[in-house]
Design a protein around this ligand. Structure first.
Ligand SMILES: Nc1ncnc2c1ncn2[C@@H]1O[C@H](COP(=O)(O)OP(=O)(O)O)[C@@H](O)[C@H]1O
Ligand SMILES: [Mg+2]
Length: 257
């Protein structure tokens, strides 16, 4: 089982007096949906960038299956909050472009792109230009494009952060469906407490100054969704409210009043 491991990672940016992150360990396997939460500046994006191979840790190692991560690779796909699509291309062409980069034959690309758009529930929007798409639809094209690489791991930095509340809620179940269908392990950053609870098999709570792990939860709600329980029923479960309180406390624990 492929395994993405951040082992005792410290991150120290040039010119900064103190490390941004100190001795953080996180493991993600392909059945995991791991969500990083914590106050602004606690190093969530920095850790995701280490996993992406975009930032080198000062100490510790990041690896996949024991192979050290030294740069970006096709085993990982990254989606950021405001990911740029090519505005002059259609949704299908944006996804097909990623397939072309992977060396997929031209005759295959449109068919595979349509299948990926189906997966993100955009099956009817293949011919639309990017400027004709809503924010939520654009983000789904971004996810389809990321999945075109058939990554073992999806790295998501607040992918739903720019969306309105209703779209965001709908996108949460889309993400869970993708996670199930793609069998990719997910490492995701979010500010949303409910979002973390709905999506995560494991939530890692970080605190700043320097960034470190303070708590870890295994909420189990996303596995219930994957097993067929409706998301509304899950959110209405009293256990969900309890978990929300616990997680909120963990995030704001130790914060100066
Ligand atoms: N490229 C950079 N150069 C210098 N400092 C940085 C850089 N990126 C992030 N930082 C600092 O590292 C800390 C963690 O940042 P970040 O990983 O963006 O946190 P988060 O995503 O949790 O808000 C912050 O103090 C931030 O100012
Ligand atoms: Mg961030």
């Amino acid at each position: 089982m492929p395994h993405l491991v951040l082992d005792k990672i410290s991150i120290h940016y040039d010119g900064q007096p103190a490390p941004a992150v100190e001795r953080v360990s996180i493991a993600v396997d392909r059945s995991d949906f791991v969500v990083l939460v914590g106050r602004s500046g606690c190093g969530k994006t920095s850790l995701l960038n280490v996993a992406a191979g975009l930032v080198a840790p000062a100490r510790g190692t990041a690896s996949i299956d024991g192979r050290e991560i030294t740069g970006p690779g096709s085993d990982r796909a990254v989606v950021f909050q405001n990911d740029a699509l090519f505005p002059w291309l259609t949704a299908r062409e944006n996804v097909a472009f990623a397939l072309r980069l992977r060396g997929v034959a031209p005759s295959e690309r449109a068919r595979r792109a349509d299948r990926l758009l189906d997966l993100v529930k955009l099956g009817d929007a293949g011919d639309k230009r990017v400027w004709e798409l809503s924010g939520g639809m654009r983000q789904r094209v971004g996810l389809a494009r990321a999945l075109a690489a058939e990554p073992q791991f999806l790295l998501l930095d607040e992918p739903l952060g720019a969306l309105d509340a209703l779209t965001r809620e709908r996108m949460q179940t889309t993400l869970l469906d993708l996670w199930t269908a793609s069998q990719a392990g997910v490492l995701m950053v979010t500010h949303g407490i409910e979002e973390a609870l709905v999506l995560a098999t494991r939530i890692v709570v970080l605190a700043p100054g320097p960034g470190r792990v303070v708590r870890s939860f295994e909420p189990g709600f996303s596995r219930r969704y994957a097993a067929g329980e409706p998301i509304r029923a899950i959110k209405a479960d009293p256990a969900f409210a309890v978990a929300r309180g616990d997680l909120t406390d963990a995030i704001f624990e130790g914060e100066a009043a």
